[in-house]
Design a protein around this ligand. Structure first.
Ligand SMILES: *Cc1c(COP(=O)(O)O)cnc(C)c1O
Length: 364
């Protein structure tokens, strides 16, 4: 089976990890500091704060912005559950606004109607590696005095109107989970130009310690280890190459899918660099199960990102969420992700295209 994701670890990562293990500094130390400096440079922000996961990075962005009980954060329901969960952790309420059916990203036109006196922030997700439409989102945020926090977990290196994601809002959170465009095993990072938020996030990351054993607020242990940072430093050097390969693989798939009936290739907005964390096709809801079966039978791994709107998850139902986003619900029934990762070989791409052709022929 051609896997839907495959972490790309080579000898250099392994050697760097061994060096850290032998150094004696195996928790947060000099490698984390170096990784933060290099990632901030890459994302073109003044600060980067490394964390234990993408989830803890996003959780800290909200806390650093002072968001908590009684507040509301507008976000997309068509994402990984972490996007909603991080808002719940703070005591605030996620308010789900519908997506644009072409890009699957938060639709700016649906944000304004979701704003209430309790709204404090908008949290767009750059889904599948395609930047959300940040200009109108920023305009709404400015008009209403709201923060913009990017969930950039799937979009390392993506570019919107000439600017890297992570530098577009007030703060951003990235994930380095093994399936993402680059990995540290588990890990995450916050990027921001705001020195006050950066300082708050650093304190909250380590038990609210301002100086050693001086605890000023209730913080957490959300630190990254030097072992993870050593992997991240090597992966960061390789990221542009990984993304280039993802884009080439995506272009190859799109070229062939455009000739097939019944399968829609991903839509790419003008003036963005989409880094294809996922390559996600769309078929009729009635045909999806058969299509997945056909692909799997021919050795092509698939994923559904995501099978339901976050507010339809059991947890959210129990909490009484009543949000309704028709476009997100439709997309959840139609999408299929297929392999696009940088380790695919020409033969793999040929197998994928052949399987898609057979699937398409079955539709007739
Ligand atoms: C992966 C992911 C996260 C969470 O990151 P972890 O490192 O797994 O904690 C958050 N949001 C989105 C959109 C993600 O894809």
């Amino acid at each position: 089976m051609i896997p839907i994701a495959n972490p790309f670890i080579e000898d250099e990562e392994i050697q760097e990890v061994v060096k850290v293990l032998k150094s004696g500094f195996i928790a947060q130390g000099p490698k984390v500091a170096e990784f933060e400096e290099k990632f901030a440079e890459y994302a073109n922000t003044s600060h980067a704060i490394a964390t234990s996961s993408g989830t803890t990075a996003l959780h800290l962005t909200l806390l650093a912005a002072g968001i908590g009980t009684g507040d509301e954060v507008i976000t997309t329901p068509f994402s990984f559950a972490a996007t909603g969960n991080v808002v719940l952790y703070t005591g605030a309420k996620p308010v789900f606004a519908d997506i644009d059916p072409d890009t699957y990203n938060l639709n700016p036109e649906k944000i304004e109607e979701a704003i209430t006196p309790k709204t404090r922030a908008i949290m767009p997700v750059h889904l599948y590696g395609q930047p959300a439409d940040m200009e109108p989102i920023q305009k709404i945020a400015d008009d209403h005095g709201l923060y913009v926090i990017e969930d950039a977990a799937q979009a390392h290196g993506a570019v919107y109107h000439g600017k890297k994601v992570g530098s577009l809002g007030d703060m951003a959170g990235f994930s380095f989970y093994p399936t993402k465009n680059m990995t540290t095993s588990e890990g995450g990072i916050i990027t921001t130009d705001n020195s006050e938020f950066a300082e708050k996030a650093r304190i909250l990351r380590a038990h609210g310690e301002k100086e050693r054993y001086n605890h000023v607020v209730l913080g957490y242990n959300f630190r990254m280890t030097d072992i993870a940072a050593a992997i991240g430093l090597v992966q960061l050097k390789r990221l542009e190459g990984f993304n280039q390969k993802r884009i080439e693989n995506a272009n190859y798939l799109t070229e062939h899918i455009n000739e097939l009936d019944g399968i829609a290739a991903p839509y790419i907005q003008d003036d963005v660099k989409h880094v294809f964390h996922q390559y996600t096709i769309q078929v009729d809801a009635d045909l999806r199960d058969d299509c997945i079966k056909c692909l799997n039978e021919q050795g092509v791994g698939t994923g559904i990102h995501y099978p339901k709107a976050i507010y339809h998850q059991e947890l959210y139902q129990k909490l009484g969420f009543k949000d309704k986003c028709p476009e997100a619900e439709k997309a959840a029934k139609k999408v299929i992700s297929i392999p696009v990762h940088p380790q695919l070989k020409v033969e793999d791409l040929e197998v994928i295209v052949q399987a898609l052709e057979d699937t398409s022929n079955n539709f007739q």
